[in-house]
Design a protein around this ligand. Sequence first.
Ligand SMILES: [Zn+2]
Length: 343
Amino acid sequence: MEGNTIMTKRLTATSILSLCALLVLASGAAAQQPPTRGIVNVTGQLYRAQNNNHYTVFLVTPEGIIMSDPINRDFARWLKAEYATRFKVPVRYVLYTHRDWDHASGGVVFADTAEFVGHRNMLTALAPPAGSPALAPDAVKMDANRNGLVERSEATGAIAERFDMFDYNRDAVVSGAEIARGSVSDVYAPTTTYIDRHTVTLGGKRVTMHYLGIAHADDSSVLHFPDERAVFSADVMQIKRLPGGLAPHVGSWIDALTTINALDFEHALTGHALSGTKKDVGESLRYLEDISKGVAAGIGAGRSLAEIQKTLTLDAYKGFERWDTTRAAHIEAVYLTMRGTPK
Ligand SMILES: [Zn+2]
């Protein structure tokens, strides 16, 4: 900041004007498209709300709103204003699907009226950065002055984009521990946690959270709306779309989708992309079972990973998003798990 002031003093009026013009142009070019936002009724008083590629859900009762992920502060403020205009009742519960920054940030907007519920493992994930792990290799590349930390001016990529959300202690420097914790500094910690399942009741309505195990993250919940016969899950449940990855192992994904599939529902509402029905969730589960059986059969027949990737085409899922881009990586992940050497 000081450097800028000194520089400005040295500039002539004309160059200040052109500098201003440049800054206006630059900020115009950098400005993002206005976010795509909307609210769609699912059934009864259950709604699905969109912020670009992310979705949340909320249930309106006479005594207040039960909602899922706040997504981010800006969206949460927008949603809060929509609630006030359309429904005129406050948010009483925020039920988290998991701790990831792109779903769970911004809850502070509702902290004046809401109780926040998440799986107990969310607290561990949100705990202050601990220990002093070394910078990961990609962060080492940013560390130009080699002090073992990434200064704001050194940061690139995701760390630059979300610097403040990584910088837990707000000292304008991120450490290996802050990077390992993740960009979760704007996630409002759950005020209530649970282990296996947890039901909230409000205004004659119920929502039950069920723990999904360790697929994707170790603190994932599916929300079940029994009266609306709906479920909501972010990242674990996908509709006509392969998961981004199968970490930590395919068995955990089969377990999670089996848990969801055992619930009574018709509406399968997701944190990304398409919504669907119970039949779709069954197909996602079958994909995981088919890839597991296919890889096991390939290993049993003495085939190499490359051979299995070539022959196990899983054509039944050709219409799924990411089938062309992600299938080979999933086969590799399952193969390595079955060979006992997961990545
Ligand atoms: Zn996630």
